[in-house]
Design a protein around this ligand. Structure first.
Ligand code: ATP
Length: 266
């Protein structure tokens, strides 16, 4: 069994032949890649190529849908997160996730949102929760804007602030990996830049994987970029090219990558 403490040290992710299904439909096929610790990896590609499916395979969220399953191997620092004796809750707790639309718990205060995961994990002492709340909000660049109103509802913040609140909530439990599924797609350009700055800061501590449709964003925030694609509707998504972001955007090895990043398809 993977203990939380062991996972807390985990950083490097390796996918070997990861294939995911929704019922009989194969959505991604044979994805193999190594994601380095303390880096930002962008997943790009046309709609339906399986970026979100792959992302959700990494924290075992894909399988929560009825009929959905994952084959292949996914390891975090050599520990197989799909091994039969793995504690799935511990895996999910160790891998923070930020979604497309900010989704703070609507009836909870800002404070309660940030510490929700810690409370679920059994932390009760107020001083510990207070410290963790401040630390996470500072790390999410939100403390200065909200510290005088921690007891107000999280839903009362602007969209960009709500997304930073969701990032604070994700990092409060000190995961080593943070998955972000188009975290800026519902945000205005200023809030988007704030999140991008935040991602650049957070990578000093976390391994970050971000799905984005915005290629400028991938170019700005990521160290490595993985380009996924599908041949035609109904086919599974495949990893076409994975390399340093600068290489993908200036000198890709595969013609299909070049066609995509130059806007010729997708
Ligand atoms: N809940 C689901 N049930 C059945 N099929 C699904 C489900 N979610 C996604 N799919 C299918 O799986 C494939 C991959 O979808 P996925 O959302 O992973 O792609 P994506 O690259 O993230 O797309 P987008 O960029 O549009 O968000 C698509 O064909 C999609 O229709």
């Amino acid at each position: 069994m993977i203990a939380t403490q062991e996972l807390a040290m985990a950083k490097r992710i390796e996918a070997v032949g990861v294939t995911a299904y929704y019922g009989a439909f194969k959505a991604i096929d044979g994805i193999s890649m190594v994601i380095e610790p303390k880096s930002v990896t962008a997943l790009i590609g046309p709609s339906g190529c399986g970026k979100s499916t792959f992302l959700r395979s990494i924290n075992r969220m894909h399988e929560v849908l009825p009929g959905a399953r994952v084959e292949g191997k996914l390891t975090i620092d050599s520990q197989d997160i799909y091994a039969r004796d793995v504690d799935v809750t511990a895996v999910r707790r160790t891998i923070g996730m930020v979604f497309q639309r900010p989704n703070p718990f609507p009836t909870m205060s800002i404070y309660d949102n940030v510490v929700a995961g810690l409370r679920l994990g059994g932390v009760r002492r107020k001083s510990l929760l207070d410290d963790a709340c401040e630390k996470a909000l500072r790390a999410a660049n939100l403390w200065n804007e909200v510290h005088t109103r921690l007891n107000r509802p999280g839903a009362g913040l602007s969209g960009g602030q709500q997304q930073r609140l969701c990032i604070a909530r994700a990092i409060a439990v000190e995961p080593q990996v943070v998955l972000m599924d188009e975290p800026c797609s519902a945000l205005d350009p200023i809030s988007t830049l704030a999140i991008e700055d935040l991602i650049s800061e957070l990578k000093n501590q976390y391994t970050i994987i971000i799905v984005t449709h915005n290629m400028q964003q991938a170019a700005r925030v990521s160290d490595r970029t993985a380009f996924f694609s599908i041949d035609k509707t109904g086919d599974p998504g495949r990893l076409i090219e994975y390399a340093e972001t600068a290489k993908i955007f200036t000198n890709p090895s595969v013609k299909k990558t070049e066609d995509y990043i130059t806007g010729r398809f997708g």
